[in-house]
Design a protein around this ligand. Structure first.
Ligand code: FCB
Length: 455
């Protein structure tokens, strides 16, 4: 039978990978809220994303109630991963599934779900990479102030202890946070209801507490899962000025977006532009609590942003015009593989940690064709160009150890709901049927070729 992408002879070419290490790891990433569904099942508590859905704040009034129904279909999804040939799978634990109130009594059935998932992955020869926090904050502790209260540091450390004790015998790779700058900038920052100075203050508090929670979780993971390898996953991309006059605004955006977390975590200081803003929320010894030794840097990268000065905007900056000739993905994100290469070299130079590209991929509006296939050659072109750029960065000396496509499945894309598709597998939501797209087959071929090239 022909694979679902039609004729393999016409499949687009693979990218250059000769510059990558022999032990390079190929994987895919997902996150709990975006795929699991079953939001009211087996004792799971509510998360802030359930609340946003109930308030109708997601495109098309979508919710995460069913999502990809991964909670029930995880075996089928692990079988897909096996077919793909990946070595590692990055997923996140839903904090409110294992601690419905965010703290206090754990939820046995919720914990058991991740036991089953981890065991299925290991049985399939796939290494589980567990991320503690991919944005689904339990509503019960958000109601107590969430990241704006320093109590959140202890709540997160206790949650990390529960996860490490339960899964640390089988999971050896842990990430503390996914893209902390994005959920603080867009949650407390741009998105907060309080559009005055107190809202900004909340964001600065949240940044500092998330950094402290990271440091505390690293210590807990080291103690409870001593043979594990630990990192934090950052969204890091060039913030470019729309015009030369916008350079200071772009520099400030860079400080919030790219530097506010990795700088204190790996270098022991806040970016100079943020120091005065964050210092009022610090206590003596905090920088040492944040800077704990790490094993790797998780890099999520999609494309550069263009920033303009905007005196009326809360931060003094906003999204500005982009060059007219900039290539865009179908959902309007910048497509600039050279920026990826540059970012890899910058991260390598500034943080000195082995890099895993923990997310990269393309969002579109894929549709099933009459033959029941999804020929997403545009996504393949994106992946080929970006993986080629990663190869260039590795050849230029960056220490890059792995690459994870975002994402295995089409899924709940935050405020865009299901209107945007990032998967290399199409999900037919009414039936929950999974249909590997052409990019799935292409990525499988790439992994096969890369693994065959090993000694
Ligand atoms: C990243 C998020 C991930 C997904 C991709 C498209 O910023 O970490 O959950 O939404 O973007």
């Amino acid at each position: 039978m022909l694979p679902a992408d039609g004729n393999p002879a016409t499949r687009p070419a693979l990218p250059p990978i000769a510059g990558l290490r022999r032990d390079f790891i190929w994987g895919v990433s997902t996150s709990s809220f975006q795929i699991e569904g079953a939001t009211r099942e087996d004792g799971r508590g509510a998360s802030v994303w359930d609340t946003l859905g109930q308030k109708g704040l997601i495109a098309n009034h979508d919710t995460g109630d069913v999502a990809c129904d991964h909670y029930h279909r995880y075996r089928e999804d692990v079988a897909l991963m096996r077919q793909l040939g990946i070595q590692a799978y990055r997923f996140s634990v839903a904090w409110p599934r294992v601690l419905p109130q965010g703290r206090g009594a754990p939820n046995g059935p919720g914990l058991a779900f991740y036991d089953r998932l981890i065991d299925a992955l290991l049985a399939a020869g796939i290494e589980p990479w567990l991320c503690l926090y991919h944005w689904d904050m339990p509503q019960a502790i958000d109601d107590l102030g969430g990241w704006t209260t320093r109590d959140s540091v202890a709540w997160f450390a206790d949650y990390a202890a529960l996860v490490a004790s339960r899964y640390g015998d089988r999971v050896k790779r842990f990430a503390t946070f996914n893209e902390p700058s994005i959920f603080t900038l867009f949650g407390q920052g741009f998105g907060d209801a309080k559009q005055d100075a107190s809202g900004l203050d909340d964001m600065h508090r949240a940044i500092h507490h998330v950094n402290l929670a990271h440091g505390a979780a690293v210590d807990v993971l080291r103690a409870r899962a001593p043979d594990s390898s630990i990192g934090c996953v950052h969204n890091f991309q060039p913030c470019r000025p729309s015009t030369p006059a916008d350079a200071p605004a772009a520099a400030l955006c860079d400080a919030y977006w790219n530097r506010a977390y990795p700088d204190p975590q790996s270098r022991g200081f806040y970016p100079p532009l943020l120091r005065e803003r964050i210092e009022p929320h610090m206590q003596p010894g905090d920088l040492a609590r944040i800077r704990r030794p790490l094993d790797w840097f998780g890099l999520n990268h999609y494309g550069p942003t263009y920033i303009k000065a905007d005196a009326g905007a809360r931060f003094g900056f906003g999204f500005g015009d982009r060059p007219a000739d900039l290539a865009l993905t179908p959902i309007g994100w910048a497509m600039d593989p050279k920026a990826f290469r540059d970012t890899l070299l910058t991260v390598d130079r500034d943080y000195g940690l082995p890099i895993y590209v923990t997310e990269n991929g393309m969002g579109g509006h894929d549709q099933l064709d009459a033959a029941g296939t999804v020929i997403d050659n545009e996504r393949i072109d994106y992946l080929r160009a970006y993986i080629g750029a990663m190869n260039d960065a590795a050849a230029a000396g960056a220490d890059i150890r792995g690459y994870f496509v975002w994402s295995l499945l089409d899924n709940f894309e935050w405020e865009s709901g299901y209107s945007v598709r990032f998967g290399i597998t199409y999900v037919d939501y009414p039936t929950q049927r999974r249909i590997p797209k052409a990019s799935f087959h292409w990525y499988r071929d790439l992994i096969k070729a890369a693994r065959a090239a090993r000694p």
